[in-house]
Write a protein that binds this ligand. Structure first.
Ligand code: ZN
Ligand code: ZN
Length: 117
């Protein structure tokens, strides 16, 4: 597995209100979103916000740059062609780094490296 980026950001009220007004949103809206990309990725941080429609054909993401202090709401399809499969990638199309099924937020050491006692 590969580590996921640890950056996160609070949603501004304009972003939240825009998403809350979308009809047919599929998920509870977050107030705070974490980056979904692989650790040490190059471009902006990107976190999933909401998808719309029963087939989740439209997905909204927040892209942000914590150095410049800028953020943008973007609409990009999922990376995967078939989002129902278990190992489907839940990252935006064209994302840098590994696919979501290869990422973890927890660093797990190989069993022979774990110190006991
Ligand atoms: Zn990131
Ligand atoms: Zn992917």
């Amino acid at each position: 597995m590969h580590l996921r980026c640890r950056s996160s950001i609070a949603l501004t009220s304009d972003v939240y209100d825009f998403l809350a007004a979308l009809p047919d949103g599929q998920y509870q809206l977050p107030r705070h979103v974490g980056c979904d990309l692989q650790d040490e990725h190059d471009r902006d941080h990107t976190g999933f916000l909401q998808s719309v429609g029963e087939a989740e054909e439209t997905a909204w993401w927040l892209a942000w740059d914590d150095v410049a202090g800028t953020h943008a709401l973007v609409q990009v399809p999922y990376c995967c062609d078939d989002c129902v499969s278990v190992d489907a990638c839940l990252l935006p199309e064209g994302h840098p780094g590994r696919h979501s099924s290869e990422l973890t937020t927890v660093l797990t050491l190989p069993a022979d490296r774990v110190l006991v006692g």
